[in-house]
Design a protein around this ligand. Structure first.
Ligand code: NAD
Ligand code: MG
Length: 382
């Protein structure tokens, strides 16, 4: 069936892989959005001919307006944060949110509030505003379709609604990242180049650092709690170094289902777009003649404090996960600028989570206020 997709964050790692899937299926693109990569966005616009394009950065948007005027069918061009939410509200069958960071939250909420199903790669939407996002989906009777590979795996394992009622435990797999098995002492002087070298996945810089610090797994644990409704104690992180098992679910009879495949995000991206159907995918098949072993380990939370801090945060509830996320976004930025050492990321995230009790119900403006508090805490403690 032909679908119309709006793709936010189209120039990133998930964005460009999403366009591979969209191209393979001949889906129509209603809208594209990115922060500032105008040259790539221009090529995407020429190929996919969207009605609307949003360039969030204002000066990049000016440049883009000049560039698109030369196209035979120029799109409407929006800009700024408001442009992004305006685009998210425009008609489409699915809004695929592949923006990085809390910058994606408002668009997720707007899309849901306007009755659009959201294919969600932007896990930070659920981490910072899980209560608002899940309420908006419920109230407007629309779906959150997971794109994150682990959550897609869990979603796929829960398609039998009858068994899903007896879901007892989620086994959230983790690659362990480039620093698996290292001690804190060994991690004292690692560089951003070391941290950016992920063994199995090629991704944007922020999530690659999050994978090295295990913050990504902490964010995913919180994401899983919101998507699948189990308490955090029922989500167990299992290190699966080869990233072949993308996650597992355990039912009341202790039977376990897993989803396997090559580490290629086009499989979960496509499942979110074709659901409930399956279709041929541009990703290769898993070759069991080459796969020698699948190994399991436990995650070292003493070394990787980000994961411990995220567990503490979801335990505290309210805005604590938002604070953990804000602290991490700021700390990762500082680490990528060589302003703080690697281990400091986890120390700062944990310190912010420990800094306040964090009350229960919240509004969108509370989320932004908490995010700003966490960021200024980080900047005051480097
Ligand atoms: P990326 O850095 O490669 O791309 C980010 C995209 O967001 C770009 O198109 C960029 O222009 C846009 N963007 C950045 N700041 C923006 C802003 N302020 N407003 C609007 N757009 C903005 O990131 P990525 O690796 O593609 O990750 C995107 C999201 O998907 C993240 O939330 C990440 O955690 C999640 N995710 C990524 C992967 C992966 O394999 N890359 C896997 C699972 C989940
Ligand atoms: Mg993931």
């Amino acid at each position: 069936m032909s679908k119309t997709i709006t793709l936010l964050g189209s120039t990133g790692s998930i964005g460009t892989q999403s366009l591979d899937v969209i191209r393979a299926h001949g889906y129509k693109v209603h809208g594209l959005a990115a922060n500032s990569s105008v040259d790539l966005l221009l090529r995407q616009t020429a190929e996919f001919q969207p009605e609307t394009v949003c360039v969030v950065d204002e000066s990049a948007a000016e440049r883009f307006r000049t560039l698109v005027s030369g196209l035979s069918k120029p799109p409407k061009v929006l800009s700024g944060k408001d442009g992004l939410t305006q685009l998210a509200a425009e008609p489409a069958d699915i809004v695929l949110n592949a923006v990085v960071g809390i910058a994606g939250l408002a668009a997720t909420l707007t899309a849901l509030e306007n009755g659009r199903d959201v294919a969600l790669a932007n896990k930070e939407s659920l981490v910072t505003g899980g209560y608002l996002v899940t309420n908006a989906a419920r109230k407007n009777n629309v779906r959150l379709l997971p794109v994150d590979s682990e959550h897609s795996a869990i979603f796929q394992c829960l398609q039998d609604a009858h068994s899903a009622k007896t879901l007892e435990k989620i086994l959230l797999t983790a690659s362990g990242g480039p620093f698996f098995g290292k001690t804190r002492q060994e991690l004292e002087h690692v560089t951003k180049e070391d941290a950016l070298r992920h063994p199995n996945w090629s991704m944007g810089a922020k999530i690659t650092i999050d994978s090295a610090s295990l913050m990504n797994k902490g964010l995913e644990l919180i994401e899983a709690v919101w998507l699948f409704g189990l308490p955090a104690e029922k989500v167990q992180v299992v290190v699966q170094r080869q990233s072949i098992i993308h996650s597992m679910v355990q039912f009341s009879d202790h039977s376990i289902l897993a989803q396997l495949g090559v580490p290629d995000m086009r499989i979960p991206i496509q499942y979110a777009l074709t659901w409930p159907d399956r279709a041929p995918c541009p990703a290769p098949e898993l070759d069991f003649t080459q796969l020698k072993s699948i190994t399991f380990d436990t995650a070292d939370e003493e070394t990787f404090r980000c994961l411990a801090a995220c567990k503490k945060a979801i335990g505290k509830g309210g805005l604590a996960p938002c604070a953990a996320n804000g602290a991490n976004e700021e700390a990762v930025k500082l680490f990528l600028q060589d302003k703080i050492p690697f281990l400091k990321i986890g120390e700062l995230v944990e310190a912010v989570v420990d800094s306040e009790p964090f009350g229960q119900p919240y509004t969108l403006s509370d989320v932004y206020e908490c995010d700003a508090m966490a960021r200024s805490y980080v900047n005051a403690h480097v």
